[in-house]
Design a protein around this ligand. Structure first.
Ligand code: BGC
Length: 758
């Protein structure tokens, strides 16, 4: 006991001695001891300050221009602010950090956060697109580069990855995540976290990541952003939480909560989620940041009567930091003084924030993430090469009748038509960081770069998609009347051997707040397509999209469809690589493409229901005016070659506790070119204490094969793979029969069975 007190005194003593220099003594090696010693020095106001996150909405490199900014600056100087967001540039973050380091009593450095979602200045495919690559190494590398470019601008904390499982194409933010499957979302999320954070958070070339939005945000009713979420416990645990558990296990530094109310409780005020599950049951030690003003928004939810009440609910529920809402600033001090909240609760939140700051190495050097030397590293050739590589891996070939693709080298006259064909901005996507407007390589440019001088490439826009100014906050105005470009487009198409129709969505049709009730081609695009089709049927649809779209007419009528999402800086070059066969497409859909919007939310991992099918009459679970399945299912994507799946073999038909089974089969490239296949393994638990999906993705492998080459592929089946959140309200496996499915998409699968004994 005596020894402990003495150590604490030494730590504190030396801390006081060094505090003026802003450094915790290097002799105090252990982060927890450092956190505790610092906490012991803090006043109530200083503690609350660590839980306040300001938007840097004013110019920090000059004198504060207005009263609000001056007040905020003063608060920073007084150590009342723990972090800022949207402060960009080495100069601005340095100036902001100086306000704390040169004026506040304890000199606790601030964090600088930013939405680095798919790149900082080199822009990679939108997250839904990069997930279609199923290439975890490539995804990790893109995140590593995004981190490096962030540090070059003083940013040390990204609000990414978004790991909300999302199954509704109407929801605009579906572009920001990894789609409909919890397993795929988990592994992609972990790859991104590794890319941002590296192995050591204190490395000044890595940044802290944020897993968001905790939880259920992607299940907004009717796909309307911020809307209420109805989620049963079973679905919450089996579908929504697994990616967050994986992120917590991967050591994600922070988690962001969400705007939505979840079965009556706003996620920001959800104690079971944040305290009991995330912090207690999973033992996660980072801090929870609120979403933008989501603490204060509990007033609008009808859950808190004012900011102080909102602060009380949020801190008790485990929300540690208040983003821009002002509730903690306004309410926490009185709540403690009035005895409404225990100061220990506050201490826990503060410790979590300090822990991240220590791990980032900010106490050793508060300016370590403002690295001017890296400025030369923005959008450099090497980063662009990585952007092109992941962009080409992300495209999904949905249709290729009579091998219209790759385009033949004998072609002499190619038409590139459509409002997105020469659009240099849409490929940058929404949530574009500091990606420069109009900086992407357009499809027209990419195609021209790829062909020799003997090939005529003619471009016609045909129609505008959006009109007027485009911005992050305002809705996009769609052109519904101007057909003045139609005639030219039709003429260009008539003379061409092949037409590349570049249609889809503007960058500002998906993203936050951009929910839609229609998911077909907006404006006059469909009309233009059908006019062109009348004169030339040799059309490849080059789709640009941030969500799954209704492309049923195109699927029925056109020979070629290539999904390109919004591919980032190198978009046009990557698209040309695929169109001309320089890269053999290998992407697979991370979301189901519906036959019509009425099927949404649509996803492959559905339950069987008690009325799965009966074609003779209507009393089964389906639609009377449509098929119920997807037009293009999850996991689907063609290649310029073909793959043959051999019969799968399982090492035993019975599995006992602690045992593992091996599933093996031979994959053969039966075509004429080298190709890469995403081999997918799905599982069904046939009878369980709570109903299970008809199939669930459990593992996958990327396999590259030369023409004619075969490879033996193995998957290991272990108990963990069989576990689910059962009727006993725990994760466990249950004895009984299981089905395993192997294949190149979620529908064409080969089956083997086994049973688990217990
Ligand atoms: C979004 C978050 C984002 C935050 C900060 C919110 O509106 O929901 O995902 O990180 O703003 O920009």
């Amino acid at each position: 006991m005596k020894k402990t007190c003495l150590t604490a005194l030494i730590i504190l003593g030396s801390y006081f001695a060094q505090a003026q220099k802003s450094n915790i003594p290097s002799s105090v090696k252990n982060v927890e001891a450092k956190v505790d010693s610092l906490l012991a020095l803090m006043t109530l106001e200083e503690k609350i300050g660590q839980l306040v996150l300001y938007n840097g909405s004013w110019d920090l490199t000059g004198p504060a221009s207005n009263l609000d900014a001056r007040q905020k600056e003063q608060n920073i100087k007084n150590g009342r602010v723990g972090a800022m967001l949207n402060v960009l540039s080495v100069e601005a973050t340095t100036e902001a950090q100086k306000l704390v380091m040169e004026n506040s009593r304890l000199k606790i450095p601030m964090l600088f956060g930013y939405d680095v979602i798919h790149g900082y200045s080199t822009i990679f495919p939108v997250p839904l697109g990069e997930t279609a690559s199923w290439d975890l190494e490539a995804i990790e590398e893109a995140a590593r580069i995004a981190a490096l470019e962030s540090v070059a601008n003083g940013v040390n904390w990204t609000f990414s990855p978004m790991i909300d499982v999302s199954r509704d194409a109407r929801w605009g933010r579906i572009m920001e995540g990894s789609g409909e499957d919890p397993f795929l979302t988990s592994v992609v999320g972990v790859a991104k976290i590794k890319g941002y954070q590296g192995n050591d958070l204190s490395n000044p070339r890595t940044i802290a990541a944020t897993a968001k939005h905790f939880a259920g945000y992607g299940f907004a009713e009717a796909g309307r952003d911020y809307n209420t979420v109805h989620l049963g416990e079973n679905e919450l645990h089996n579908t929504i939480l697994p990616p967050f558990k994986a992120a917590a296990e991967a050591g994600v530094a922070t988690v962001m909560n969400s705007f939505n109310d979840l079965d009556g409780i706003p996620a920001t005020g959800h104690k079971v989620l944040q305290r009991d599950v995330l912090k207690e049951a999973w033992g996660w030690e980072g801090f929870v940041v609120s979403d933008w003003a989501s603490i204060t928004e509990m007033i609008y939810h009808g859950f808190a009567k004012d900011k102080t009440h909102a602060a009380e609910i949020a801190i008790k529920a485990g929300s540690d930091m208040d983003m821009e809402g002002g509730s903690y600033e306004e309410g926490l001090a009185n709540l403690v003084k009035d005895g409404k909240i225990d100061e220990n609760l506050l201490d826990d939140s503060v410790k979590r924030v300090l822990r991240v700051k220590f791990k980032l190495g900010l106490f050793e050097d508060p300016y370590r993430y403002a690295n001017k030397d890296l400025l030369g590293q923005l959008s450099v050739k090497e980063h662009m090469a990585v952007a092109r590589d992941i962009a080409r891996k992300s495209m999904v070939l949905l249709k290729n009748e009579k091998n219209i693709l790759p385009l033949r080298s004998t072609l002499k006259n190619i038409a590139v038509i459509g409002p997105l064909a020469d659009d240099k901005d849409t490929p940058i996507g929404n949530w574009r960081g500091q990606g420069e407007a109009n900086s992407a390589v357009s499809v027209v440019e990419g195609v021209k770069n790829a062909v020799g001088s003997g090939v005529k490439v003619t471009y016609a826009k045909g129609t505008d998609l959006g009109m007027g100014e485009r911005s992050f906050l305002m809705p996009l105005e769609i052109n519904k009347t101007d057909r003045s470009g139609f005639a030219e487009a039709v003429e260009v198409a008539r003379k061409a051997e092949v037409v590349l129709m570049v249609l889809g969505e503007d960058a500002f049709q998906s993203g936050e707040g951009r929910s839609q009730v229609e998911i077909g081609f907006a404006g006059l695009q469909q009309e233009l397509l059908e006019e062109v089709y009348k004169v030339n049927k040799n059309i490849v649809l080059v789709l640009m999209n941030g969500r799954p779209m209704d492309i049923s007419w195109a699927a029925e009528n056109l020979p070629g469809i290539l999904v390109t999402w919004q591919l980032g800086s190198e978009s046009g070059n990557a698209i040309a690589d695929v169109l001309f066969g320089k890269y053999n497409p290998s992407g697979k859909l991370p979301v189901s493409f519906p036959r019509s919007v009425g099927q949404e939310p649509l996803y492959y991992n559905q339950k069987n229901t008690g009325r799965p099918s009966s074609p003779e009459h209507v009393t089964f679970s389906g639609y009377t005016d449509s098929e119920k399945d997807a037009l293009f299912p999850f996991g689907f994507g063609l290649s310029y070659t073909t793959f043959e799946y051999g019969e799968p073999k399982i090492s035993a038909s019975q599995m006992s506790p602690g045992e593992k089974l091996e599933l093996s089969f031979t994959l053969r490239n039966t075509g004429k070119v080298k190709g890469r296949e995403v081999v997918q393994l799905y599982l069904r638990d046939v009878i369980a204490s709570a109903t299970r999906p008809m199939k669930e993705l459990k593992d996958f492998q990327l396999v590259e094969l030369a023409p004619g080459e075969s490879k033996s592929i193995k998957f290991i089946i272990d108990d963990k793979m069989l576990q689910f959140y059962s009727a006993n309200r725990i994760w466990e496996s249950e004895a009984g029969d299981f089905e395993l499915f192997l294949g190149g998409n979620s529908e064409d699968l080969k089956k083997v069975t086994f049973s688990l004994n217990k």
